[in-house]
Design a protein around this ligand. Structure first.
Ligand code: CA
Ligand code: CA
Length: 292
C-alpha cells in the first residue's frame, strides 16, 4: 500500500523535507550531502548504542558497515582529479577502508573552511562534483568517515595549481590546451602581460582591463637608501618570482646575492637590490617569473 502511494518507497536511502513535503514524495538524498553525512553518523552512533542488536541478520549486501567501529576509517588512497568541462570534476580514489559509513567530498574556496559538497555510500571510489563558476581558488578533499571520525586523503586536488588553472581558464576555447591562445608565454588579451604573469598576479588573461603592474620605490633605513620593486602577486600561485637588477639595461643580475626578498606577504612580494642606492645611484630592476 505504502509503495503504491509513495514513489520513493523502495529507495535505499531516503531524506525528506517534512515541512514542504509531508507526503514524502520527493527524496532529497543525494541533493543534501552535508545532511546525509550528519544523519548517517548520528544514526550509526544511535544504533551502535543498542546492546545485543543482531546486526547483519538479513542478507545485507553491506559487508563493510559497522555501526560501532573501533576507529576512524583508513584514508582514501590515490585521490585523482579529472575535469568534466571547466566547472565540474570527477574525483576517483582507492577504497582502502573496511569500516566506513561512506565518503565525503569537501571543498574550500578562497581559503574558507572545507564544506561537504558530496556524500557517497560505503565502498565507493568516485564522485563527480560541480565547481563554483568563476572561482579560481578551490581545494578539494576526500574523506572516509564513520561514527568515530573522518580521515582525509593525503592528496587534496588544488584547482589553483598552474595546469588546473590553465585548463579552467582556457578549456572552453581550447580543451586540449595546444593552441597558441592558451600558452603560458602568450599574451591573449594584448595587455602586455604574458599569461604566466596574469597567473602570478591573479589577473584575467582574457581581459585586457584586468591587469596589474610592478612598481618601484626607494626606501631609506636610516643608514642607506634601498631600491626595491613591489610585485602585487597572490602567494597561493605556484610560481617563483625573482628580482633582477641592472646598471645599463644590457647586463642583468638575477636573484641572490644581487637581489633579496624584503617582504613575502600573501598579496605582494617586495624584492630589493642588495646594492645601496648610495653606492650605485643608477640601477634598474624588474622581475622574472617561472614555475618552481
Ligand atoms: Ca595578457
Ligand atoms: Ca589581462
Amino acid at each position: 500500500m505504502a509503495a503504491a502511494s509513495n514513489p520513493t518507497y523502495f529507495d535505499d536511502d531516503q531524506l525528506y523535507n517534512l515541512n514542504t513535503d509531508p507526503g514524502e514524495d520527493n527524496n532529497l538524498y543525494g541533493q543534501e550531502p552535508a545532511t546525509a553525512y550528519t544523519l548517517k553518523k548520528r544514526l550509526a552512533q544511535y544504533i551502535g548504542g543498542i546492546p545485543g542488536r543482531p546486526f547483519r541478520q538479513f542478507s545485507d549486501s553491506s559487508t563493510e558497515f559497522s555501526p560501532a567501529p573501533a576507529s576512524a576509517p583508513t584514508q582514501p588512497a590515490n585521490v585523482q582529479l579529472q575535469f568534466q568541462g571547466v566547472n565540474a570534476v570527477k574525483l576517483q580514489w582507492s577504497d582502502a577502508a573496511n569500516n566506513e559509513l561512506g565518503y565525503i567530498v569537501e571543498s574550500s574556496t578562497n581559503g574558507a573552511p572545507f564544506q561537504v559538497i558530496a556524500e557517497t555510500p560505503m565502498g565507493t571510489n568516485s564522485a563527480t562534483v560541480p565547481l563554483p563558476s568563476g572561482v579560481e581558488d578551490v581545494v578539494l578533499r576526500v574523506s572516509a568517515y564513520n561514527a568515530v571520525g573522518d580521515t582525509a586523503g593525503t592528496n587534496q586536488p588544488d584547482l589553483l595549481t598552474p595546469e588546473n588553472w590553465r585548463y579552467r581558464t582556457f578549456g572552453l576555447v581550447d580543451p586540449s590546451l595546444t593552441n597558441p591562445i592558451s600558452q603560458w608565454t602568450n599574451d591573449a588579451d594584448g595587455d602586455l602581460l604574458a599569461t604566466i604573469w596574469e597567473y602570478a598576479l591573479a589577473t584575467n588573461p582574457l581581459d585586457s582591463n584586468s591587469t596589474d603592474r610592478i612598481t618601484g620605490e626607494v626606501t631609506p633605513d636610516g643608514t642607506n637608501n634601498w631600491f626595491q620593486i613591489v610585485v602585487p602577486r597572490d602567494r597561493r600561485r605556484a610560481v617563483t618570482i625573482n628580482g633582477r637588477v641592472s646598471t645599463n639595461l644590457i647586463q642583468w643580475a638575477t636573484g641572490a646575492p644581487h637581489t633579496a626578498v624584503f617582504e613575502d606577504a600573501t598579496n605582494r612580494l617586495i624584492l630589493r637590490s642588495t646594492t645601496p642606492v648610495n653606492t650605485a645611484p643608477k640601477q634598474f630592476m624588474d622581475a622574472t617569473v617561472a614555475f618552481p
